[in-house]
Design a binder for this molecule. Structure first.
Ligand SMILES: C[S@@+](CC[C@H](N)C(=O)[O-])C[C@H]1O[C@@H](n2cnc3c(N)ncnc32)[C@H](O)[C@@H]1O
Length: 285
């Protein structure tokens, strides 16, 4: 018996659209897309948009996910709003992130951070820069990496050591190599790893595998901070190639890949029309 959501988008009283961004809005039977490009209240269901329950058929299509999300992000503008989904969210989100980082007991002793799926550096420049002296970033989209490099040029002092243009799936493999200078090798240990709004683009298997590999580059007392959208039922967003997982699903994956959750909270931006956001701090078992 499939206990995932039986999502019937004929129930929706507003259309959902293409060009989805991170923050998808919801209220009861209404799903609204918070695209900065357009918004309508038409009753027509957009046939190009596929929200589906995460059933076996979707899992069978999983090999397409990477291509879909890669193409999706190739089309997005190089702005913090685009990274955060809606313009009102970026500032609130950064305030929350700074509060979270401040709550880490040994944060003042931490020096190095790895940010995965860093986009154009929204979090790196607005938050991580305040806490760390060495920053490495991984981002799949080369245009985003180029933008990070441009922004870094204006910083004084400069803190980004490595700009790694790689998918997280590929980076997985790179973790264990030490030949190419652009890769991370297991001699590097980070005090913190920061991941936001990117794990949803990975399959469960890839996520498990990534977290397992990250254990080799996380300091014994280090932490991983994760912020992701969550939902009561798993929702697969075909157009964006992403999966909104349940809190339990994430918790299980963290434990199964060898971590313990030291802190977690629902992040409240006072927007009931958005998918819930959850923040975890996890450490090695
Ligand atoms: C919503 S943006 C978030 C960017 C940044 N974490 C932030 O919060 O501002 C998602 C980012 O994840 C990147 N991304 C998606 N799938 C990825 C993958 N498999 N490997 C690496 N990066 C990925 C996208 O290119 C995009 O930059």
């Amino acid at each position: 018996m499939n206990n995932e959501i039986n999502f019937n988008y004929k129930l929706m009283n507003k259309s959902i659209f293409r060009n989805f961004n991170k923050l998808l809005c919801k209220s009861k039977n209404t799903f609204i897309h918070h695209s900065q490009h357009y918004f309508t209240t038409s009753n027509n269901t957009n046939k190009n948009t596929n929200y589906t329950n995460n059933n076996k058929n979707n899992i069978a299509n999983i090999s397409n996910i990477t291509n879909i999300s890669e193409q999706y992000w190739q089309q997005q503008p190089l702005t913090y709003d685009s990274m955060a989904g809606v313009s009102e969210i970026n500032q609130l989100d950064i305030i929350h992130t700074i509060k979270t980082l401040n709550s880490i007991p040994n944060i003042s002793k931490m020096e190095s951070v790895l940010e995965l799926g860093a986009g154009i550096g929204r979090i790196t420049f607005q938050a991580l820069y305040k806490f760390f002296t060495i920053i490495d970033i991984v981002e799949r989209n080369p245009n985003f990496i180029a933008e990070v490099k441009l922004t870094e040029l204006k910083q004084n002092p400069k803190k980004i050591r490595k700009f790694i243009c790689s998918s997280l799936e590929q980076f997985d493999i790179d973790l264990n190599t030490n030949s190419a200078s652009n890769n991370i090798n297991t001699n590097i240990k980070y005090d913190l790893i920061f991941i936001q709004w990117v794990l949803e683009y990975l399959t469960d298997d890839d996520l498990l595998s990534l977290l397992s590999k990250l254990k080799t580059v996380l300091n014994k007392e280090g932490e991983i901070v994760i912020k992701e959208n969550v939902n009561n039922n798993t929702i697969f967003i075909n157009d964006e190639g992403s999966t909104i997982r349940t809190i339990n699903k994430y918790n299980n994956i963290f434990v199964n890949s060898g971590y313990k959750v030291v802190y977690s909270e629902k992040v409240d931006y006072n927007r009931e029309d958005l998918y819930d956001i959850y923040c975890w701090r996890i450490k090695l078992l």
